[in-house]
Design a binder for this molecule. Structure first.
Ligand SMILES: Cc1ncc(COP(=O)(O)O)c(C=O)c1O
Length: 413
């Protein structure tokens, strides 16, 4: 390492520290149902993506452990696949899981990936060439943006949920390119708002575009069977690739895409994050399959989740707080970074783990507390939150005695 490189890295770290934006990896401890140990205390975890609250569900877990009986399902015990899917890592559970996913969505084929990040950084670079154009919602997740950047295609962002802007871009461009790809999230992770899938499918149809919808925060939480916003809007058959993740409402790890068989064959041959990585361990594939099987029976959990989100939004608005969205992700936009960190610290003192999200993850002056609600709690568990935030807004200094908590919150982001 040269001295000048060492100095420039150090300088950047110092700058992040001074601006209060230095990220460190926070240690969390024991989890039990909806609570998590953090900073030596047990807090209600409102910052995880386990939206259905099944990560710690006793019955589901024991069922899986029972199915682990080495005499019948011994190979599910396997903790590693030890190689890529294209070598010896393609355990039969991959095939079973993909068949079930395709049948569930009523589509020709499915493909399982190591994570949503692998899916989003692999699909577009594999499908598109320099003769193509990618149009992406401006507030799409970093993994989608990274995929657009890696791809050889031209890449433009349309204003968030502004489909007239998207139409303008399509009008000017679709004849110049071999293929135009449109990519969006269904439930946006920072604002909890929803894409208009109906409109996107109309544009796909009119311009012959290839539509990719990331349901990372919609799968498991929307649709009567939990397939996502595409199910709720009756559009599972009209989207070229629906991406879902297993690490959020499915309480497992990995991701999937459902698509036509030809596209699946092409991705198997071209998608680098599928080809050049060690496959998921069978123990995870089996667990994902088990959770998938139970999705149909989780309608009540989804109802409770949306009931809580609606009630929390209303109660926050009644207290004059600014919120947004229409999903289980409820942001409270506080504005300044310091104020948001203090609000999070006060919440922590009151027993809630709800972390602040600050720029550059969200636009300047829109720092927020992001509540990720979960189905395994009741209104009585969270009804105190609007008043706490109202107090912080009214009287910022009230939080002045929370230095320890502020330090802990800073260690989270
Ligand atoms: C919209 C979206 N897509 C993809 C991902 C990445 O998924 P994974 O955590 O499985 O890598 C995330 C993660 O937060 C996300 O919010």
């Amino acid at each position: 390492m040269t001295e000048s490189f060492r100095k420039s890295v150090n300088k950047e770290l110092e700058a992040l520290r001074t601006e209060g934006r230095l990220r460190v990896l926070p240690e969390t401890g024991k989890r039990s149902k909806a609570s998590i140990e953090s900073g030596g205390r047990c807090l209600l975890n409102l910052s995880s993506n386990d939206y259905l609250g099944i990560g710690d569900e006793e019955q589901l877990r024991s069922e899986y452990l029972l199915a682990f009986n080495p005499e019948n399902n011994g190979d599910r015990f396997c903790m590693t696949s030890s190689s890529s899917r294209l070598l010896t890592g393609n355990h039969r559970l991959y095939g079973e899981l993909e068949e079930r996913l395709a049948a569930w969505y009523g589509r020709e084929a499915a493909l399982v990936f190591n994570s949503g990040y692998h899916a989003n950084t692999g699909i577009l670079p594999a499908l598109s060439t320099r003769h193509d154009l990618i149009l992406c919602d401006k507030l799409s997740h970093a993994s989608i943006i990274d995929g657009c950047r890696i791809a050889d295609a031209a890449f433009k962002r349309y204003r968030h949920l502004d489909y007239s802007h998207l139409e303008e871009l399509l009008d000017g461009a679709h004849a110049k390119y071999r293929q135009v790809f449109i990519v969006t999230e269904s439930v946006f992770s920072m604002d909890g708002d929803l894409a208009d899938l109906q409109k996107l499918c109309e544009l796909r149809q009119r311009y012959g575009a290839f539509l990719i919808v990331d349901e990372a925060h919609g799968a498991g939480t929307f649709g009567s069977e939990g397939k996502g916003l595409c199910e709720e809007t009756g559009l599972t058959g009209s989207i070229d690739i629906i991406v879902g993740t297993f690490g959020k409402a499915f309480a497992s790890a990995g991701a999937y895409g459902v698509m036509d068989g030809m596209i699946r064959d092409y991705l198997v041959n071209t998608m680098r994050p599928l080809i050049f990585t060690t496959a998921l361990p069978p123990v995870i594939l089996g667990w994902s399959m088990q959770v998938l099987e139970h999705q149909r029976t989780m309608g009540e959990k989804r109802c409770n989740l949306h009931f809580l989100a609606g009630r929390l939004r209303k109660a926050l608005e009644k207290k004059g707080m600014q919120t947004a969205g229409e999903s289980q992700i409820v942001p409270v936009i506080m504005g300044g970074n310091q104020k948001t960190v203090r609000a999070s610290a006060v919440l922590q003192k009151a027993g809630f783990l709800a972390l602040p999200v600050r720029p550059p993850t969200v636009p300047e002056n829109t720092a927020r507390i992001r509540f990720s609600l979960r189905a395994d709690i009741g209104w009585e568990d969270i009804c105190g939150i609007p008043e706490i935030l109202h107090q912080v807004s009214e009287n910022g200094e009230q939080a002045g005695n929370n230095n320890v908590a502020v330090q802990q919150i800073n260690s989270f982001q």
